[in-house]
Design a protein around this ligand. Structure first.
Ligand code: ADP
Ligand code: MG
Ligand code: ZN
Length: 478
């Protein structure tokens, strides 16, 4: 029997606020342990929580961005459990009445576009962090409560994902939306985006859900994918041997790439949720929601559609260019300065992205500016620099910045458009490759490219390609 995986993700993201969810402490990464704390987030007796207005606005913003329903009434609830990093003995979350329900995230896998529906989005607070066996204190555990109370969004998907590739595409699409709308930096290395994977199998073709397990707290795309593959394999093994899947919380071992049972969930819900008596229900009136909606920036899908219409780009190019908001903004700034969107799209899509990949950097981390790239492309347009030399200058602009025109001068990259010099180079190449000349004349048109390449090489890549092609054609005909 063959099985179909069914996957639902619970994603936790840190919201990008200056202060914590229910107190005025700063949200700050890498600070000295236990220095961003106060009576509220330390859970001292008598301290009372006050919801963070900005966090609420960001939650609404996220809800609107995914097309969810924003509720005019939602309720903060206590989720009770015991853990050393949880000073109150409960986490303030939302349960029966979350701020957002519904909505969806569009993904594309192997050319197929699907919308993954969301169940809900709610606000909650993060816990602190246990630090085990640091340096010489190998046998000690310590608690850092700086993170306790950091505003979180929990985004829960419907069980509609069918593979590791889809789960990964979903996470990337979700992260991109959250970054576009400035709700979160969603930096997985900083723990700003963590993911729980819920997974079950069912006989292919069935529409009944099987028993699920949950792999907790995955903090990289690679781990999410690997954990899904591992859990599919484990569950398949159990079912093929006639066994039964037991609902459990799993642990992923990244080194061995296996999942194992951490604890069995006998009673799915032992959190004893109840409305937090210290917090009145959250009321959001239509005016407040409208205010957030009005401030919503353009989303990736809207931007892509606009790029196709306004700049005449192919869907493929438009998709590449909206990958991140800084990249999309950069494209538009260069286009404004340069004038030809298609040329700019080609250079950014191919050369800029290639150079970024080589450097393993984001655009914002380089010295490249929109006016500089526009100026460089104009030098290419006018034939003063060959595309090949321009790529060299592009590298310098990224690493050090500078003025393209001066860089071309300093590096002697001015295109050779001295016809006499080029004719001499062409003649040398033709004399050195008589066989290829023969083949060209016998009808093998693509030999021309080889000969072009030879001339370009002889001129150190600085010959203006148009001119070389012209001279070659003339000589070969003659
Ligand atoms: P809990 O807090 O108990 O884990 P949630 O409602 O927060 O429950 O999350 C449940 C997650 O599990 C959702 O993403 C949902 O889509 C997914 N899910 C529910 N049932 C199944 C199932 N049978 N197989 C796979 N995923 C499931
Ligand atoms: Mg869960
Ligand atoms: Zn505090």
């Amino acid at each position: 029997m063959s099985f179909e995986p069914v996957i639902g993700l619970e994603v936790h993201v840190h919201m990008k606020t200056a202060s914590k969810m229910f107190c005025g402490c700063a949200v700050h990464y890498g600070g000295e342990p236990n220095h961003q704390v106060c009576p509220v987030c330390l859970a001292l007796p008598g301290a009372l929580p006050v919801p963070n207005r900005e966090a609420i606005a960001l939650a609404v913003r996220a809800g609107l961005a995914v097309g969810g329903e924003v509720h005019s009434r939602s309720v903060f609830a206590r989720k009770n459990y015991f853990y050393p990093d949880l000073p109150k003995g409960y986490q303030i979350s939302q349960f029966e009445e979350p701020v957002i329900t519904g909505g969806g995230v569009e993904i594309e896998v192997d050319g197929e576009v699907r919308r993954i529906p969301l169940t809900r989005i709610h606000m909650e607070e993060d816990a602190g962090k246990s630090v085990h066996g640091e340096e010489e204190r190998e046998d000690e555990s310590h608690m850092d409560l700086n993170r306790a109370g950091t505003p979180l969004l929990e985004i829960v998907s419907e069980p509609e994902l069918r593979s590791a590739a889809e789960a990964s595409a979903y996470l990337r699409a979700l992260r991109r939306i959250l970054r576009y709308i400035d709700v979160s930096d969603a930096d997985m290395e900083k723990g700003q985006l963590r993911c729980d994977v819920n997974l079950s199998l069912r006989p292919t073709g069935s529409d009944v859900l099987g028993t699920r397990t949950e792999v907790k707290n995955l903090n990289s795309f690679r781990y999410v994918e690997a954990a899904i593959e591992a859990e599919i394999q484990r569950q398949t093994g159990v079912l093929e041997e006639g066994g039964e899947i037991i609902q459990a919380t799993m642990q992923f071992d990244p080194e061995r790439r296996t999942t194992s049972v951490m604890r069995v969930k006998e009673n799915a819900d032992d959190y004893r949720y109840f409305p937090d008596p210290d917090l009145v229900p959250l009321a959001l009136d239509a005016a407040r929601i409208a205010e957030v909606r009005a401030a919503l920036p353009e989303l990736p899908a809207e931007k892509r559609a606009r790029f196709e219409v306004e700049h005449g780009l192919s869907e493929y190019d438009a998709r590449l260019l909206v990958a991140t908001r800084p990249l999309a903004d950069f494209f538009e700034a260069v286009t404004r300065a340069h004038g030809d969107a298609k040329t700019v799209a080609n250079w950014i899509g191919r050369d800029v992205r290639g150079a970024l990949k080589e450097r393993e950097r984001d655009l914002e981390e380089t010295a490249l500016t929109a006016p500089a790239l526009s100026a460089l492309l104009k030098l290419v347009d006018s034939g003063r620099v060959t595309p090949r030399s321009a790529r060299e200058v592009l590298g310098v602009l990224m690493d050090e910045g500078g003025d393209p025109e001066s860089l071309v001068g300093e590096r002697g990259l001015e295109a050779v458009s001295d016809t006499g010099a080029l004719e001499a180079a062409v003649d040398e190449v033709l004399a050195a490759h008589p066989d290829d000349v023969e083949r060209f004349r016998a009808g093998e048109a693509k030999v021309l490219n080889f000969l072009m390449g030879q001339v370009m090489r002889r001129t150190g890549g600085k010959a203006s390609p148009g001119l070389v092609r012209e001279i070659l054609a003339r000589r070969l005909e003659g």
